[in-house]
Design a protein around this ligand. Structure first.
Ligand code: MG
Length: 474
């Protein structure tokens, strides 16, 4: 086995796991952003490029600089303004753009921003295409248009209506409308503020929003919908007697669900409920998910004769694998759900509409759907580990591992048929990320403790932190 060190095998200099990220005024300077715009324009070559952005304070400005760079390279640009990332991605595909640029830092803290590039299919460009853009940038090979060839700039006002129509076309609206669902949406002050509440109202839902206004300071509960910040969602669901609650991340591509009792469930469990519903009418479908997602996915896939493909952790890896394998569905444990017939990217509003469709068709309480999943315990956390020790630590882990070991991303070690632990060295931080799952609580704790000790032997007493995700029992 080759020892996995994410940083050492990372050839790209600017693009990370989800576009180019940084703090404006510190990492993202005017010249840099403009030259990236020129490089992207040069890469696409011709056609019109759609540009849009999230709610961050710096987003309108960065968007304008990107547009300037694109125009200066001779590219034509359409400006969509504020929209959820998946709405922009779908617009690129459906409205026939040559490509798209989205200014967003997703769930990162307010001071961050980022630049994400999508191809004509609306999916983030591949790692090789990112490298091609980087080469144009570093070799300063970008086009400099003369006075006659400079690009045209037009507004694009159809993005949100196009997004809603696309979502609605995949669901049974009458079965949802008949239910008059009460839904609480925790927008987290993010980009779904301009889309999800209206889509749900048009589906006959009674919508209560919290943290509902777009605000780049994310004053409500921050842009990342982790279970520990969703207390207000949980409480509001109980107070208004809602059928379900949903929380989105900053740019609206991830969704975390809360059942009618106020219990918040992590993304691989809600994703499993959707898979169970969707695969029942698509036997033999292809599902793409990452190595860190629950084994419930495999159990459900087997039920409907579906095929599961596992990728590295990262939404672009899932999207690209879906494209290559013409997969119907994709999911991540962090609340990313990908519905291929719409567009193979994660999409918070599409996922919410599918969940309403599933609940209306099953005619069950949301909590019952969770209780009927096979019960598995999970632990997610991190071990602190200096960067220079990562290689040695990973080697020790591989030496100790007996039985099944997968090296798709870090090492995933199966200690019995229903117990695994995944250890992945972070590419950016002095950490090893740890995921573990088992059908028994004791086995989960002992495998976590065992690998904590192995890492401790290599680097001295290791500092660790983790959260338990209990099994949902009926
Ligand atoms: Mg996001």
């Amino acid at each position: 086995l080759e020892t996995p060190i994410a940083a050492a095998t990372e050839p790209r200099k600017l693009f990370g796991t989800n576009g180019i990220r940084g703090v404006p005024g510190r990492d993202l300077m005017l010249d840099f952003i403009s030259e990236i715009g020129q490089s992207i324009g040069t890469y696409f070559g011709n056609g019109v490029i759609l540009v849009g952005h999230d709610v961050r304070a710096s987003s309108p400005t960065i968007s304008k600089i990107i547009v300037s760079g694109l125009l200066a390279s001779g590219a034509n640009v359409a400006d969509a303004g504020l929209a959820p990332t998946p709405a922009l991605q779908f617009a690129v595909k459906k409205l026939g753009y040559r490509g798209g640029v989205i200014v967003t830092a997703s769930h990162n803290p307010p001071q961050y921003n980022g630049i994400k590039v999508v191809g004509p299919d609306g999916v983030e460009i591949s790692r090789d295409e990112e490298l091609a853009v980087e080469r144009i940038f570093f070799e300063k090979r970008y086009n400099r248009a003369n006075w006659r060839n400079v690009g045209n700039f037009l507004p694009e006002t159809r993005v949100l209506a196009n997004y809603e129509a696309g979502i609605i076309s995949h669901i049974d609206t009458s079965v949802i409308k008949n239910k008059t669902f009460k839904v609480v949406l925790d927008i987290g002050n993010g980009a779904q503020s301009v889309a999800a509440p209206y889509i749900l109202e048009n589906l006959g839902c009674k919508v209560t929003t919290i943290n509902g206004h777009p605000d780049g300071d994310f004053p409500g509960r921050g842009p990342e919908p982790t279970p520990d910040v969703l207390r207000a969602l949980s409480d509001t669901v109980k107070v208004v007697g809602a059928d379900l609650g949903v929380a989105y991340d900053g740019d609206g591509d991830r969704s975390i669900f809360c059942d009618e009792t106020g219990e918040v469930h992590w993304g691989d469990k809600s994703g499993s409920i959707l898979l169970d519903y969707l695969c029942s009418s698509k036997p033999g479908a292809v599902i793409v998910t990452t190595v860190s997602t629950t084994q419930i996915v495999d159990i459900i896939a087997k039920r409907y004769n579906c095929k599961v493909i596992r990728t590295k952790v990262g939404s672009v890896d899932v999207s690209r694998a879906m494209v290559i394998n013409t997969a119907e569905f994709g999911l991540e444990e962090n609340g990313g759900f990908f519905f291929g017939p719409h567009i193979p990217v994660r999409d918070g509003a599409m996922t919410t509409a599918l969940m309403l469709n599933a609940l209306a068709s099953k005619n069950r309480k949301f909590s019952d759907c969770f209780h009927s999943l096979p019960p598995f315990f999970q632990r997610k956390g991190k071990f602190e580990c200096p960067n220079e020790k990562k290689k040695e630590v990973m080697k020790r882990i591989a030496d100790h591992a007996k039985g099944d070991i997968e090296a798709i991303d870090g090492y995933k070690i199966w200690t019995d048929e229903k117990t695994w632990i995944l250890l992945r060295p972070s590419g950016t931080e002095p950490l090893i990320r740890v995921f573990a799952e088992s059908n028994e609580r004791d086995k989960l704790d002992s495998v976590f403790q065992k690998y904590r000790e192995i890492v401790s032997e290599a680097i001295g007493d290791v500092k660790s932190q983790s959260s338990l995700f209990p099994a949902v029992h009926s």
